[in-house]
Design a binder for this molecule. Structure first.
Ligand SMILES: *[C@@H]1O[C@H](CO)[C@@H](O)[C@H](O)[C@H]1NC(C)=O
Length: 308
């Protein structure tokens, strides 16, 4: 009887030790779990949050508003393949639409980028009409604010990150992403081919921003293009009300976000004290589809099943 009891204890000891050892080994494993608990809203995946890189760099959250147009897929392909070259980056793509579209969902799913796919429709009163010149109303305001809302709900101020508003029609060198990565508050750099100039950008003396090279509405508090600055995630999350003002006067959109966050003297000049151009405000020519319209009237238009 005594011997049996001892055997039972022995077996118990071996089994529980093995269990403990197994649990400890599991703890040491890399966790591939995502932080998102929200279920997908439709059959398409809308998030891929797998970490990349692995050097524990601050994550660059690239916020891109996008809207449907004939060259949307071309623009997003170009941008996504630039972003693929950047480690520890998370793309937040926000569609100006009532629902997330299959076109964008498929592009994101195939992009191999960590991403979040959001959508919000610009209220009709704020929307640019086809006949309006594109400078009449700011575009992408609601979408950028939606991304800010997502960041505030899904990230914490202790997460190391930086937020960059990257429209889908600009051209980006991979160098600009490494310049912005260690932003403390707000970092800035010049942008090429914007504001009717070869470039627009901060003027730097002794490593401090002392003014701006710009020719248009020079009285703006922050005469900086959307592509010319990045904001630390912590700063944005510690100012829960900071966002883009949909009613901001033309040219004042960037100032409406930055005003409450930072003073000009605190801006962190990047790109060799703002002497290098690593981002360009290129614009894609609007495709002319006159022949398409003509053929469509004859019922001979291009195959709608072929995604362009
Ligand atoms: C920027 O300018 C400051 C002050 O002149 C200098 O100390 C610093 O090294 C410069 N930075 C770069 C990256 O050139």
């Amino acid at each position: 009887m005594r011997l049996k009891l001892r055997n039972i204890f022995l077996v118990y000891f071996v089994v529980s030790s093995a269990g403990l050892l197994y649990a400890l080994l599991q703890l040491g494993q890399q966790c591939d779990c995502t932080r998102q608990t929200k279920p997908p809203h439709d059959v398409h995946r809308w998030e891929n949050t797998r970490p990349r890189g692995g050097e524990n760099l601050p994550v660059i959250y690239v916020v891109t508003p996008t809207h449907a147009r004939p060259h949307q897929r071309a623009e997003l392909t170009r941008l996504s393949q630039t972003l693929l070259l950047v480690p520890d980056l998370h793309w937040i793509l926000v569609e100006d639409s009532a629902a997330r579209t299959t076109l964008v969902a498929d592009l994101l799913a195939q992009s191999k980028l960590p991403y979040t796919h959001l959508n919000t429709l610009t209220p009709p009163a704020m929307k640019l009409k086809d006949s309006d010149p594109n400078w009449l109303k700011p575009r992408g305001v609601e979408q950028r604010n939606e991304a800010l809302r997502w960041l505030r709900e899904n990230r914490s101020p202790t997460d190391h990150g930086v937020v960059y508003f990257a429209d889908d029609d600009n051209t980006y060198s991979v160098k600009i992403f490494e310049e912005m990565r260690n932003t403390q508050k707000v970092s800035v750099w010049p942008v090429g081919l914007v504001g009717g100039l070869r470039y627009e950008g901060p003027l730097v003396t002794g490593g401090k921003v002392v003014g701006f090279h710009t020719a248009w509405k020079t009285h703006r508090p922050f005469p900086i293009d959307m592509a010319g600055f990045a904001v630390s995630l912590a700063l944005l999350l510690n100012h829960p009300k900071a966002q883009f003002d949909p009613n901001a006067e033309r040219g004042f959109l960037e100032s409406s976000l930055l005003g409450p966050l930072v003073a000009v003297g605190e801006l962190e000049p990047k790109a060799d004290n703002c002497t290098k151009i690593w981002v360009w405000h290129t614009r894609t020519e609007k495709p002319k589809l006159k022949q398409e319209d003509l053929l469509e009237k004859q019922g001979k238009g291009s195959d709608p099943k072929i995604l362009v």
